[in-house]
Design a protein around this ligand. Structure first.
Ligand SMILES: Cc1cc2nc3c(=O)[nH]c(=O)nc-3n(C[C@H](O)[C@H](O)[C@H](O)COP(=O)(O)O)c2cc1C
Length: 259
């Protein structure tokens, strides 16, 4: 049985910002603010997006392939300001990602405050120094050598924004009952992929930075116990003198197998 089409308004709330995305009319949820749906009945709603003509699909895919091939991870950022709304929209894109059991186990903390960025840099560099001085081991250090990275992380203070992504490992309801989240790594990984894609296609550069261990981020940003830092993503424009490692991507025949 088909029910009335309803509108979607996704609300994303983090410490750093609050943003309500525009409503769409494909009909998924009715609430302005998502609440847990454990044990709720299945309520189908129609989903009938207009079908894209094949020629348009082909042109779109080829264009996206070309534009995404031009994406590079940037570690040298300009301090020039960027329009904050681009980041907010990119986070809203990330928050449309598919997730295990639709549990949306992510939080995005958007940081512009220079003092907070400085504190993150100091804590990250402390961990990175220990890592580069031996904790990583020879094999890992050897894998990193072509990237030219070291323990100095200027991008954490140069980039106008940092997005710190947290995974919600579980959910605590109002009674304090713990609910398991499923496929958290996969879900947050997909969301971050969509975030990076949205940022790139909107003209901004990003770095996926994973200082290890990342426990300091939860403490510094006062995130709750159920959240675990997943990545720090500095975002901005590349510096005028930006360079990137000369890397070669695997060719399509190395990654695509047809059966
Ligand atoms: C899960 C993950 C973790 C990463 N961690 C770091 C990091 O901590 N520091 C860094 O400089 N780059 C990091 N990177 C960026 C990779 O080094 C980069 O994506 C890779 O070298 C390919 O370069 P490209 O993104 O320009 O194609 C990470 C990327 C991923 C996907």
């Amino acid at each position: 049985m088909v029910k009335t089409v309803r509108t979607v308004i996704a609300t994303h709330e983090t410490e750093g910002f609050r943003k309500v995305t525009s409503a769409t009319t494909i009909g998924i949820m009715t609430a302005a603010h998502w609440t847990p749906t454990y044990g709720d009945p299945f309520e189908p709603v129609p989903y009938r997006p207009a079908r894209m003509p094949a020629e348009e699909s082909l042109a779109t895919a080829a264009d996206l392939r070309r534009r995404m091939d031009a994406r590079r991870t940037v570690r040298m950022f300009s301090t020039d300001p960027v329009p904050e709304q681009v980041l907010v929209d990119a986070i809203a894109v990330a928050a449309t990602a598919p997730s295990g059991a639709h549990q949306q186990p992510w939080t995005f903390v958007l940081i512009e405050d220079q003092e907070t960025k400085q504190r993150i840099r100091e804590a990250a560099e402390e961990e990175e120094r220990i890592s580069y001085e031996g904790r990583l081991g020879d094999e890992w250090l050897s894998a990193l050598r072509p990237l030219g990275t070291d323990a100095v992380k200027t991008h954490l203070t140069d980039a106008p924004y940092l997005i710190v992504v947290f995974q919600q490992r579980y959910f605590l309801d109002e009674d304090g009952t713990k609910h398991k989240h499923y496929y958290v790594d996969e879900s947050v990984g997909i969301a971050v992929g969509m975030l990076i894609t949205a940022l790139h296609l909107s003209g901004l550069a990003a770095l996926t930075h994973t200082p290890s261990p990342m426990r300091f981020l939860g403490e510094l940003l006062e995130r709750p116990q159920n959240e675990k830092a997943f990545a720090v993503i500095p975002v901005g424009y590349p510096a005028d003198d930006c360079v990137v490692p000369n890397l070669v991507r695997k060719s399509l025949d190395q990654v695509l197998i047809r059966r």
